[in-house]
Design a protein around this ligand. Structure first.
Ligand SMILES: Nc1ncnc2c1ncn2[C@@H]1O[C@H](COP(=O)(O)OP(=O)(O)OP(=O)(O)O)[C@@H](O)[C@H]1O
Length: 618
């Protein structure tokens, strides 16, 4: 039985802090690779800039020391030699200018790299979204995973990378300072390091708490987004006013957002106190070191220049140690988010093309066979279809009838492999559907579903999407429109096939439900499909349009296998054979005449409907 877990894992339980730390950092190589793939040259450039920048603070400190010592020397002797001082100041200025330039270059590369990577990461995310099964899109957990991946994927991988580069830069600066300070007193360095460690602990702890809080909020966050959408999109605008839902929904939305703010404020307050505590510890460490430098200067053990250099170096070292530890905490936090991006990329579709596909038979000879086919939706306890057996020859037209929820649409979804059967087999000319390439299969099985798509794009796109290879072939598009009875609709539009439909964009035209349906049908007529499926194609059509359509449909599809779902028996009766589905099983099967003679469910439903429509004859 296909369980939900086959498609998605539920939210992983929160692992222990130690496992979490290492597991999270284990993502780093994969994301470095990802960022590298997005923009290798830019990355190298940024690395070069950051590393060069890293050496500057040490050089600046050393020059200040030389200047102070030189000033002291000049003061102790008669006459001043300005050349050496002038050169030192000039050198200091040169280095500072280089730093200004490098900083600007870094700002530029960071921004460009960010943009480049965001594009790349979203592209990968969308590619993955296209690849996944329909079944994925029917599980709430999937939307949580997608939502988190969308929020995490675009920014965080590149931020991890930048933080890694910064970390490398800061480590280099730190190593330079270390070489200055170790000569003075290595123990003081150790003191600085130890007094800064609590900050790392607080940083990592806070990152984790914030991350798990946001993760827990994903589903409610999606609910808030959904409510926002209900309040702001055309789809709902009429009912929101009609039923006066506005204030009620707004309050629901507000309470979710307020709750989020409250939860985050609590975390932030706790964090602020903790950071205050660790800040005290770290600063005490620095002041202890500073005091010792002063003592040694007063004792005459080091020069005034040394005092400037060491006190500056200790201050910078302390800042750097904290910076480095903070970067480590950041890398940890960003990695947590990146893991959500990878969680989405790791999802695997179950419905895939075989590695060695067989070409779809053209023309079909024996036709379609369903043998003992059963199917259950992911997560459902009962099967929706149960042991269906049916053989359909090429050129035959089949109508599917049954109560709402009997399984008609589900059966048709199996024919296009939106889902794979749970047991049994579906074959075309004896070849299982799973042996065909998915694209080849779907080109040969054309469908117009009840909930067909309405693209807010041009009419040409709305029809041409039926077969992208011919999207620019206006003759073919016009033919498809003609077959679907849509030419009248298009002729009434000011810009014909170029008219943008829907209400999303300017200069567009909105169609009625039936007019949209005609375009949906035209899309199906674009394909060279040998099997054509219409799932309630006439629900939104008026009686004349429906009559027209079926006259044409019969002519156009004489050599095709057709399936038709309809609740209108005047349409159903035109089919060669009628399948009556009941609770996912075939209850009756035969031509209209046979089923009427049988006097079973079909006959009962037909009479019921006929009696309510004057003029519908048996
Ligand atoms: N995506 C889905 N996930 C889980 N269950 C589903 C899904 N789609 C349909 N079902 C369930 O499967 C059953 C059959 O649905 P299906 O859409 O095939 O019925 P139908 O015969 O086409 O109905 P209608 O005449 O209302 O269109 C229903 O009980 C429905 O609740």
């Amino acid at each position: 039985m296909p369980k939900r877990t086959k498609f998605l894992s539920r939210n992983p339980e929160k692992p222990s802090p130690r496992d979490r730390f290492w597991a999270v950092l284990a993502n780093t190589p994969r994301l470095v690779q990802l960022v590298w793939q997005a923009a290798p040259r830019l990355l190298l450039l940024q690395l070069g800039i950051t590393l060069s920048n890293a050496l500057i603070p040490v050089a600046q400190l050393y020059i200040s020391k030389l200047i102070v010592d030189q000033v002291v020397l000049e003061l102790s002797q008669p006459g001043v030699d300005w050349t050496v001082l002038g050169r030192l100041v000039g050198l200091g200025l040169g280095i500072t200018l280089a730093q200004v330039g490098l900083n600007q270059a870094e700002t530029y590369t960071t921004q460009v790299l960010n943009d480049r990577f965001t594009l790349y990461a979203n592209q990968i995310l969308l590619k993955q979204a296209i690849r996944l099964d329909l079944a994925h899109y029917e599980l709430p957990e999937f939307y949580d995973t997608l939502n988190r991946a969308q929020q995490s994927g675009s920014a965080y991988p590149v931020r991890v990378f930048e933080t890694l580069i910064d970390l490398a830069g800061q480590s280099i600066t730190f190593a330079g300072l270390l070489s200055l300070l170790v000569a003075f007193n290595p123990l003081l360095l150790l003191l600085l390091l130890l007094t800064s460690m609590p900050a790392l602990w607080v940083g990592i702890r806070f990152s984790g708490v914030r991350f798990w809080l946001k993760r827990r909020q994903t589903e409610s966050g999606r609910l808030a987004e959904y409510l926002q959408q209900v309040l702001t999109t055309q789809e709902f605008v009429k009912e929101v006013r009609l039923f006066n839902l506005g204030d009620y929904l707004l309050r629901q939305w507000q309470s979710i957002r307020l709750q989020f703010n409250r939860e985050m404020a609590e975390v932030l307050a706790r964090n602020a106190w903790l950071r205050f505590g660790v800040g005290l510890i770290a600063n005490s460490g620095f002041y202890a070191a500073y005091a010792w430098v002063i003592v040694r200067t007063v004792q005459g053990a080091i020069s005034l220049g040394d005092l400037t250099m060491y006190s500056g170096a200790f201050q910078q070292a302390q800042g750097l140690i904290q910076g480095i530890l903070f970067q480590i905490a950041l890398i940890y936090e960003f990695n947590l988010y990146v893991s959500q991006y990878f969680e989405f990329l790791n999802l695997q579709p179950q419905v895939v093309s075989p590695s060695d596909p067989i070409a779809f038979p053209n023309p079909m000879r024996r036709g379609l066979e369903l043998r003992d086919v059963s199917f259950r939706y992911p997560g459902a306890s009962e099967p929706t279809l149960h042991r269906i057996n049916l053989t359909v020859k090429p050129g035959e037209s089949i109508a599917l009838v049954g109560m709402n929820g009997a399984g008609k649409t589900t059966l048709l979804k199996l024919l296009t492999r939106f889902y794979d059967v749970e047991s049994g087999e579906i074959t075309i000319d004896g070849i299982p559907l799973t042996a065909f390439d998915l694209e080849d299969l779907r080109r040969n099985v054309g469908v117009v579903f009840q909930d067909f798509s309405r693209y807010h794009l041009s009419v040409q796109d709305n029809i041409g999407f039926g077969d992208l290879r011919h999207r620019d072939d206006l003759d073919q598009i016009e033919r498809a429109a003609q077959n679907a009875g849509a030419t009248g609709v298009i002729a009434d539009l000011e810009r014909g096939y170029e008219t943008i439909l829907g209400k999303t964009f300017s200069d567009s035209a909105e169609l009625s439900g039936g007019q949209w349906q005609k375009l949906g049908l035209a899309r199906a007529f674009m394909t060279p499909a040998q099997v054509l499926i219409l799932d309630e194609p006439t629900a939104a059509l008026d009686a004349i349009a429906e009559y027209d359509l079926f006259q044409r449909f019969r002519q156009l599809t004489q050599d095709k296998m057709t399936f038709l779902v309809s609740h209108r028996f005047s349409t159903v009766r035109m089919a060669d054979r009628i399948v009556v589905l009941e609770h996912g099983q075939i209850a009756e099967l035969g031509s209209h005449a046979e089923l009427m003679e049988m006097g079973g469910k079909y006959a009962q439903m037909f009479r019921l409907q006929a009696s309510s429509y004057a003029g519908v004859a048996e």
